[in-house]
Write a protein that binds this ligand. Sequence first.
Ligand code: 3SL
Length: 238
Amino acid sequence: MNRKPFIDVCFTPTLFSLFDVSESIVVVIDVLRATSSMCIAFEYGANQIVPVKTVEESLAYKQKGFLIGAERHGEMVDGFDIGNSPFSYMEPKIKGANIALTTTNGTQAINVASVAHKVVIGSFLNLSALCDYLINENRDVVCLCSGWKNSFNLEDTLLAGAIAKKLENNFNLSDHRDSTIAAKLLCENAQNNFYVFLNDSSHRKRLADLHIDEDVKFCLEADKTKCVPYLSGNALIV
Ligand code: 3SL
């Protein structure tokens, strides 16, 4: 490529049709908690994760010998093997497992992104490895924030801003639109204290009601894994 590649930020899946991603890498982001848990699943040896839209689709994978995961309203759906806590992917049963997973926003966003040249999974937990990969690929990038039910959220935009900061020497942040600059400013405003910055955020409040603040703290930690999961066919692999 003769020019610097672009990094764009799409704040919600509903805006995604504005982006031409046929030649771009899309980084799907759902910091709390789907894409964080996926990165940890691969760190703990998962073989593949099939992101599906509905609880019924996930259930159907049981007969194929998959571990089945489903989150709705932040909680594991009854009758499933796993939910969406990163800690539930740190168990021995994850090693070598084929997993089917549906979550409220994250797995939906992955399906929306699947028209892209390539889809990769982003979280704070794999931030440096992800950015090294993107710099190495030298291709246009769109960070797709999963948000909450198609609305903007702070935590996904924070990570998009953190990615933009790491890529700013190698990528063009601002010629297309202002969303990347906005995400970067938001991230700078947080001054690396993401947990405090997100104190009033809607999803932190939702998860606090479920008493899973440890999940939030963990998902905001940087560089716990070098895994950069990507979509191959209908499954995420590393
Ligand atoms: O929306 C999602 O995909 C989930 O990550 C939401 S939750 O954190 O499990 O509530």
